[in-house]
Write a protein that binds this ligand. Sequence first.
Ligand SMILES: [Zn+2]
Length: 492
Amino acid sequence: MRYLRRNLLEEIEPNFIIFVPTLLWMWFNWETITTLKPWLNIMKFLSKHMSRTFVLTAALLAGCSPVAMDATVQTTDAKQAEAVKIGDTYKTDISVLKKQPTILAAFKTIESHREQNNLDMIELNEIPAPPFGEATRAKRVAEMFREVGLTDVKIDDVGNVVGMRKGRSGTKTVALGAHIDTVFPIETDVTVKREGDTYIAPGIGDNTRGLIVLLSLIKALETHNIQTEHDLMFVGNVGEEGLGDLRGIKHLYRDGAQTIDSFIAVDGGSDHRLVYGGVGSYRYRVTFKGPGGHSWGNFGDANPHHALARASTLFAERAKPVSSEGPKTSFNIGRIGGGTSINSIPFESWMEVDMRSGNVEKLDEMDAVFKQAMEDGLTAENAARTSGGEITVDVKKVGDRPVANGDANSALVQQAMAAIGSFDLDPTLSISSTDANIPISKGLPAITISRGGKSAGAHSFKETWTDTDSHRAIQIALLITLAQAEYAGPRD
Ligand SMILES: [Zn+2]
């Protein structure tokens, strides 16, 4: 609660700089204002019935309340942005990079990719890539990686596409990744419609466009023979969405895998936003099971749907106090199913549940509340039955994304902030649930950056991506890559 109030004040302060002088000016010019034409009638009424003090105090309070409401929503971002400054050395490094003729030429080349990028985006988006069904799109991504000049392109054991671009010494490996998968089932129509600069299709922004950022960046490096000190690894990874449970990235960071020293995921909406920490999540599939039977003939037996309803009501009631205090913690029942017909007691009832937090204690607290509610719902339904045997519940964990505490002062985060800032954007640190969770949770440098343009309606059938200043995100990505992998001039 205390930290919330502090942020509230931090948020209000800048607004006061404009608001308070305006009110003061109004105080001293009250006679003039009350006779001004557009105000005349309202002001006549106000000045007749209320004092100047009352009206301006009311205006002051009214002016504060929306700002204050907004502040509570933005607490995390505001708190972090306030605390973290970009180090001067990082600012200097980025501005030196940005003045290199080769890099300026690469920036121009990126701008020239616009039309081809959009054609590639349409082509890739129209290859369905549902969770656990990414293989066809992966094959095409692998071809494209080869076409733009990557070496050692392969599809690994879990389906990730991995390609390399060797550095001068190759002492470290900097990886850039964009997820291939979408949330949409295989039968979804993924045909891209276009209205002006807006592209409409499920998955178009999240994350087909992310893959395009990788391709355009690689082409710019190749066109200008840009050399890096360290090796670059490019990844089109599987399993970011839904029940994929980050299996692509988990595989890249498995024991015994090739070392990745830092990871840059391209999967963000706005150019100024920088994900440097991870929201953790637990996901469950809960199944209540019983013998089932006839709705009339077996009436009185325990009913799995009724048990699920009891359990989910208990969960929602008990989860609310957990989520309404301290760091943001969410809970959601996303899917429910089961049953054979309206006049049958179902033999099973299932649901899928997701809970998230940036704080591991809160996440575990929610987890405990959830498990207890499932048990209590089952007990209540079994106790309410008047015939038949007991039903059971199976609570299966289907997702576990670790909470990841990022370091805002690490070189990678600082370089990214400096790169974003060099485009006159105000870098905003945030935490989210992305591929970067895995490395960050292992204490390894990782961030998630923007795919550029304007994304809207992610995870919906009406998802759109609009091509406005979309080259900028690729240029930012290039700068971060060259800062992190150490620019070593043009190749001979
Ligand atoms: Zn995504």
